[in-house]
Ligand binder design. Structure first.
Ligand SMILES: [Zn+2]
Length: 349
């Protein structure tokens, strides 16, 4: 938080669930990160890949490792083990790389704004995960993809009460209303800038949005939040898909060919380009968003592009593109001019 208060930026790689689903180590649908138990080596490797690509934070892969999800797949008995393993791996990588380690809690899927009796179960989900995160040495705690302000306030209250003083980063997910770009509300019907202000007033150290919206449709909301006068540092972590004004979230995206919904396993055809990510980084810079990152869909090459968009050269930039050496588009003297000069029009025009 010191970094953020000094005006420095923090880049945070999220998106582990979708990344491991694409690698076939967890199931779309329940989206429970069993890969932590089954292949901890791969989780460790992905953390390293994201740090190499420029992430300043190793976010423990405890997304959806909460009691409700573990019940759903009949593995409640593995709950603590899975959380502690994920946290230990993250701590290890953070120590090895000199980065920060974040504990991670997320929407419990238990919350119901019309049924306050459920609040206690929601709270208990958060309490155990926050306690484990603190015991395993988290530098701060992220509460993410919360679609109701009420649930976000419970998460924040738990971090304040059980977090041993570590900072709280709270990011809401805005599912939005169709054809309505900026008048966004939480699922418990709180206007988004109002929700941010209430989180700030309740003591959140960083507030913002993550998930659901792609770079193009998260930016107008972030601008609105910035203009509303929230004073704590802002966070923006979109999904890496080409959401649009008409389809502002990745759950709404449809296939331009078939008209069918893309979520979750056909989203590939709507992936952001690296240039989209660079543009997102540039816009965050303009607006003044210091905590930036990428959520579902993220991969090391996107995180690297984001870092480079704000003038960084992480270790992975060693292999950033150099088209001057390309066999057809290149300009280097050693290249065969038959391809670069004589045949280039026949190949690409
Ligand atoms: Zn996401």
């Amino acid at each position: 938080m010191e970094k953020l208060n000094n005006g420095e930026k923090i880049v945070v790689a999220e998106g582990y669930i979708f990344q491991f689903e694409r690698r076939c180590y967890l199931k779309a649908g329940p989206f429970v990160p069993v890969v932590v138990l089954e292949r901890p080596d791969l989780v460790k490797q992905l953390h390293h890949e994201f740090v190499r690509a420029g992430s300043d934070v190793v976010q423990a892969f405890t997304y959806y490792s909460h009691r409700e999800k573990m019940k759903l797949i009949n593995r409640e008995g593995d709950l603590e083990k899975m959380n502690r393993m994920a946290l230990k791996i993250a701590r290890e990588v953070a120590d090895e790389t000199g980065t920060l380690m974040a504990g991670d809690i997320c929407s419990t899927n238990l919350y119901d704004p019309k049924d306050p009796k459920k609040n206690e179960a929601v709270k208990q989900c958060f309490v155990e995960q926050v306690q484990w995160a603190v015991e395993e040495g988290a530098d701060f705690i992220v509460a993410e993809t919360l679609s109701c302000l009420g649930e976000a306030l419970i998460a924040l209250e738990v971090i304040k009460e059980y977090g041993n003083g570590v900072p709280a980063v709270i990011t809401l997910v805005v599912h939005g209303r169709e054809h309505d770009e900026v008048n966004a509300y939480t699922l418990d019907d709180v206007e988004i800038t109002e929700a941010m202000k209430r989180l700030e007033a309740a003591g959140a150290d960083v507030v913002g949005l993550n998930c659901a919206r792609g770079p193009e449709t998260i930016i107008p909301l972030m601008e609105k939040i910035k203009k509303s006068g929230v004073k704590v540092p802002l966070a923006a972590l979109p999904v890496t898909y080409r959401t649009t004004k008409a389809e502002p979230t990745f759950m709404r995206l449809t296939d331009p060919r078939t008209g069918k919904k893309l979520f979750p396993t056909d989203l590939d055809c709507a992936m952001s380009s690296r240039s989209d990510i660079v543009e997102f980084g540039r816009r965050c810079d303009e607006i003044g968003i210091p905590y930036l990152g990428l959520c579902c869909g993220n991969s090391p090459h996107y995180t690297r592009a984001l870092c480079e968009s704000i003038g960084r050269r992480p270790p992975a930039s060693k292999y950033s593109p150099d088209m001057s050496l390309h066999c057809i588009f290149g300009t280097d003297d050693k290249l065969n001019t038959f391809l670069t000069k004589n045949a280039v029009d026949r190949i690409v025009s």
